[in-house]
Design a protein around this ligand. Structure first.
Ligand SMILES: [Fe+2]
Length: 219
């Protein structure tokens, strides 16, 4: 079972290793992604230059589709699991100014705690991208993930954030209040985040979908 979450030290080493690769990314992007037209794509092009290369253990912003939007609905059915929706606003480091044009990549396990199966992407099929709107908003719907099989790992949704002036980096994973596997440390860390808690509380929306808010602070 791959965890796809590097330890801090591993992550730093990884970032150092990709540093030289990133220097040539604009060229690679232009060659591999092809013509990217229109105003939004120009923003996306700049964001891609701050994304980590394809193949990183936990990154994925560079694969954002050209029609990325502030709302993403993953194509799921009842059989996939419990439908959920996460919405929030991304704020600049002052915690007050909304951050538009921020690229979010997210992924999580299926309802059995598994990422990719067979020929699927290693992050599995529950992955998507969001580009915050002018108010810094994003919203996506998917299904609730599960703990890894035979583990006490809390259910979680991984997220990376890429901005026009900051390289793609991962942020605290979304956790779910009520999950018995949330550790004391995770709860302690979450408590330090003020109004930007990664532990979210799902409540039933007017349309029946379990919904939670997760605001993000760019640090
Ligand atoms: Fe994970």
């Amino acid at each position: 079972m791959s965890e796809f979450v590097p330890k801090d030290l591993d992550r730093r080493r990884f970032l150092l290793e990709v540093g030289s690769t990133l220097a040539v990314l604009p060229l690679l992007s232009a060659c591999s992604i092809g013509t990217v037209a229109q105003a939004d794509s120009s923003i996306l092009g700049k964001l891609r230059r701050n994304a980590l290369p394809i193949g990183g253990e936990w990154s994925g912003a560079i694969e954002a589709p050209t029609d990325v939007s502030w709302r993403t609905e993953l194509p799921v059915t009842k059989d996939d699991g419990e439908r959920i929706r996460i919405a929030g606003t991304v704020f600049a480091s002052d915690g007050k100014t909304p951050s538009p044009n921020t690229l979010i990549y997210f992924y999580h396990t299926d309802k059995f705690g598994i990422y990719g199966r067979g020929n699927e992407h290693k992050h599995g099929k529950y992955r998507g991208w969001l580009l915050t709107d002018q108010k810094g908003r994003y919203e996506f719907s998917s299904i609730r993930p599960a703990s890894y099989p035979n583990s006490t790992q809390s259910q979680h949704i991984h997220m990376t954030v890429t901005t026009l002036d900051k390289r793609e980096d991962w942020i605290d994973s979304i956790l779910f209040e009520g999950d018995r596997f949330i550790s004391a440390r995770e709860r302690q860390e979450s408590g330090k985040r003020g109004g930007f808690q990664p532990i979210v509380k799902l409540t039933q929306g007017s349309d029946g979908i379990m919904t939670a808010t997760r605001d993000i602070l760019i640090s």
